[in-house]
Design a protein around this ligand. Sequence first.
Ligand code: ARG
Length: 276
Amino acid sequence: MKDMTRRSFIATSSAAAAMMLAACGGSKSSDNSEAPAVEAADGEYTLVEAGKLTCISNLYFPPFESMDEKTGEPVGFDIDMSKSLAEHLGLEANWLASQAFDSLVPTIKAGGTADVAIAGMTITDARKAEVDMSDPYVDSNQSLVTKVGSEETLDSLNAAEKKIAVQAGTTGADWAAENLPDATIVPLDDIISAMNGVLTGSYDGLVTDLPVSSYQIKNSFTELQIIEEIPTGEQYGIAISKDNPGLTAAINQALADMADDGSMAEIQVKWFGAEL
Ligand code: ARG
């Protein structure tokens, strides 16, 4: 019921914004692409583009987000979640092109490009200092991965001549820096290149989120193996600008509704075969 109020309010405020634009005569494009942010009333929120939840991510992190090989469209758990989230808010999810993972928080902080970053992004104090993080929606841990047949261990990999690939700016990169201090850590743009590099022998190992390594090893990188599951106890959240606290509140409400009405469970089962 609360939800209905919220939805009708948003519909009204977007319509009002559209009328304002029309009245100003400043909008040449009918697709709203140059529309200014929708002005929020008290307790409500602004959007980069009216009627849309504009999302950014780094689309090399299956099964949370990747690009469909045929269509080039983003697919994955986070994409499905964003669609349901948007629907619960009376909006439509709109995904922008993939960008570097370590540029996501700065982009959200700067404002104007996207409303949210949804990227299997671990809630950390450092990120919370820059942006708001929503309530958690998935639990995660880290993993240390090598090629099948390799005899490397956590200990043996901690040596200067060993190359450990990570994705730049991730919690996996932080873990590797702390726990493999003597190894040569190689920060890459994406973890798929890291996986290919371990296969071809460019790297001795890699560190990434356990749900991602498990999924990839099961579905495509069958010649890789997890040698350590690292219980970091991470939780993923959605990054939102600190200037938009109404959106954080609305997203947290929608996440709670999705847990209650079974939509979150449905997406978990679709991508992980079980509720998480
Ligand atoms: N959970 C890790 C972090 O927050 C890795 C996230 C990487 N996500 C991505 N879409 N590439 O640092």
